[in-house]
Design a protein around this ligand. Sequence first.
Ligand SMILES: Nc1ncnc2c1ncn2[C@@H]1O[C@H](COP(=O)(O)OP(=O)(O)OP(=O)(O)O)[C@@H](O)[C@H]1O
Ligand SMILES: [Mg+2]
Length: 248
Amino acid sequence: MPQVFCIANQKGGVGKTTTAISLASAFARSGRRTLLADLDPQCNATGGLDLRPARIHGLAESKPLSEAVVPAAVRGLFVLPGSPSLSNIEVMAAADPRLLARMTRRFSEGAAGYDTVFIDSPPSLGPLTRAALALSSEVIIPIQCEYFAMEGLARMIGVLREMKTKGICALSSAGIVLTMYDPDLELTLEIDRNVRSCFDENVYKTVIPWDVTVSEAPSHGKSIFEYAPRSRGARAYAELCLEVLGYV
Ligand SMILES: Nc1ncnc2c1ncn2[C@@H]1O[C@H](COP(=O)(O)OP(=O)(O)OP(=O)(O)O)[C@@H](O)[C@H]1O
Ligand SMILES: [Mg+2]
């Protein structure tokens, strides 16, 4: 099985999708056959790579997953498009109790053809995020350096512990990445110190700076490496890729 990274944080707007697109692109550019699975009904990872959301999500269909996967413009990067229909997952799962188990099986079969898989998850701790965590071997938690960051993080860690205790997920590692980092703000530095003192080696050394080109890239349907390859954001995500791979 490939390494499967879930990008998760129940807090909205912290940089999950940006991190999912950027890391998946960096992994693909390094020669790894990479799948980015969009499990967020908002479908931002799909749209951010200039692809169209699906009417029915590939995991909820009966045809082979390979038929639902589409190539992205980045060589070696493939996308399982998101679907707004997944916003109904609780209703769907109530009507079809085996749905989540079937989605899990289809994911495992389809993921086997890739070296690395990234899953972009929605801003909640509901069934989709839990399913994404259950499918993953590692979780990356982006956090924005702002006042309520630590509270959100504590809840997230609580859910990970609970799922692990119940044997629902088998995550082997969890890494926290600080996003939209502005070293000129005292609050950024304070959150940085707090997170590192609490979670120590689980916090990536690489921080992702606040960079306007990072926020512009998705509206051009490109990853930061195609849109602004010399930007601070592109350099930071390339460095994060190396750190995730264990090279730095
Ligand atoms: N490093 C950065 N510098 C500047 N803007 C950024 C950066 N990272 C993300 N953004 C912007 O911040 C906003 C939120 O980012 P993103 O969509 O990645 O967060 P998210 O956690 O996926 O949100 P949601 O919870 O809604 O899925 C977007 O407009 C994005 O372009
Ligand atoms: Mg998102």
